[in-house]
Design a protein around this ligand. Structure first.
Ligand code: GSY
Length: 159
């Protein structure tokens, strides 16, 4: 598989852990995707739209022959098959699958922006990402991940 990507998973409705684990199974089952590494599962305080229940978040590393857009399509299909519900845009959801990084590419389109535009302000993404790759460099971020994690005020919201 010639491409490397990092995917963030999140859930805060229903059997959250089951949604995450089923999503990873479906990703692994895809013939053109291999799951290379998975972070721990973190329980996290909601950020942004805070009037909702706690999330379970994690990050996985995958290798794939798919383009970033085809990978996005597969992830969106998995969200739908795991009864993705999102009544409010930033509100509670059964499952969220976000492409964080795709190789070291910068992709800016209506459909997909990579690196994920809000990842640098999300401890619930950076902490699991750092767990599985301490030395990862993010094209749009100069500082080391550990510095940013230390600066994030909500890191205590991740456990
Ligand atoms: N802790 C936490 N807060 C969040 N706020 C939003 S929106 N989301 C959904 C992100 O796509 C989350 C999340 O996954 N975890």
């Amino acid at each position: 598989m010639k491409n490397e990507a990092y995917v963030a998973l999140g859930s805060n409705i229903g059997n959250r852990e089951e949604y995450l684990l089923k999503a990873i199974q479906k990703i692994q089952f895809h013939p053109s995707i291999n799951v290379e590494n998975v972070s721990s599962i973190y329980e996290t305080e909601p950020v942004g739209y805070t009037d909702q229940t706690e999330f379970l978040n994690m990050v996985i590393k995958v290798s794939t022959d798919l383009s970033a857009f085809d990978l996005l399509e597969v992830l969106q299909d998995i969200e739908i098959h795991l009864d993705r519900k999102r009544e409010v845009r930033w509100g509670p959801r059964t499952l969220d699958l976000d492409i964080l990084l795709y190789n070291h590419e910068n992709i800016v389109t209506e459909l997909l922006v990579v690196p994920h535009p809000r990842m640098h302000e999300r401890a619930f993404v950076l902490i699991p990402l750092c767990e599985i790759n301490k030395s990862i460099s993010i094209p749009t971020i100069e500082e080391p991940l550990s510095t940013i994690i230390d600066q994030l005020s909500d890191k205590e919201g991740v456990r």
